[in-house]
Design a protein around this ligand. Sequence first.
Ligand code: B12
Length: 221
Amino acid sequence: MTPEEILQGLYDETLVGNGPRVLELTDEGLRLQMEPQTMLFDALIPSLEEVGARFERGDFFVPEMLIAGKAMAGAMAVLRPLLAETGVETIGKFLMGTVKGDVHDIGKNLVNIMLEGAGFEVIDLGVQVAPEKFVSAIEEHQPDIVGFSAFLTTTMPMFKANLNALEKAGIRNDVIVMVGGAPVTQEYADAVGADGYAADASATVKRAKALLDEKRTKVPA
Ligand code: B12
């Protein structure tokens, strides 16, 4: 197969949720020395975007979304170590979780991989993380940054609930708060009082590093 055929295959087979075939194509791509990033950004992510568009039009339903998501997650399990493989020193601690009421984790997992690749130590609390769980994990792990991920307009208000819980626990100023997820915007992030927002995984890495630099230069030596 040519790299173009692999990319087309990854796109088509993710779209129909053919997990085993997506895995085979991922392996074949790697055998052909294709870049993991190319398979991710030129085939797998665009395919999930198309899944979302079809769901919006009413051509796809939840089961289709689920098997497409699973097919993508299978490929990610193979690509993950390769994407994170850089051997750089730890530059900071990032605590991440999908907010309460929300089970979407593919975007969050991708952000985690990129953060790890950039040298962050990532602690992932998983999905459906309640405000009190974020609070106790921050107290336990003392991260530099905490990230809230939300993929539904109905769960985005949990950002504010989480921030309120941090305030109440007296730890709001100890940690940088970043928010993200498909429906989230910079305006929304500003409105809830988050310190940072990013639209995708690589922008998250850049923004996280910049926020960390800002914080560290503010701290008196
Ligand atoms: C796969 C999928 C599912 C799967 C999730 C599987 C999983 N394990 O994640 C399943 C089937 C479970 C699902 C369920 C539902 N889903 Co859904 N789902 C999707 C779909 C198709 C893809 C999401 C995805 O993973 N995209 C791929 C990643 C890579 O996305 P991404 O946005 O590019 O992620 C980047 C950024 O957001 C950012 N980022 C992410 N997190 C964070 C965190 C921080 C801190 C930062 C800085 C950045 C950041 O970086 C990521 C990487 O680059 C989207 C469509 C879409 N276009 O998003 C709908 C979508 C999100 N789902 C939707 C809906 C409505 C639902 C359901 C309510 C459906 C239902 N009727 O039951 C349920 C809700 C379940 C729940 N309680 O959470 C809607 C949401 C509409 C809205 N605005 O509220 C969408 C947009 C589809 C649509 N077009 O209508 N879904």
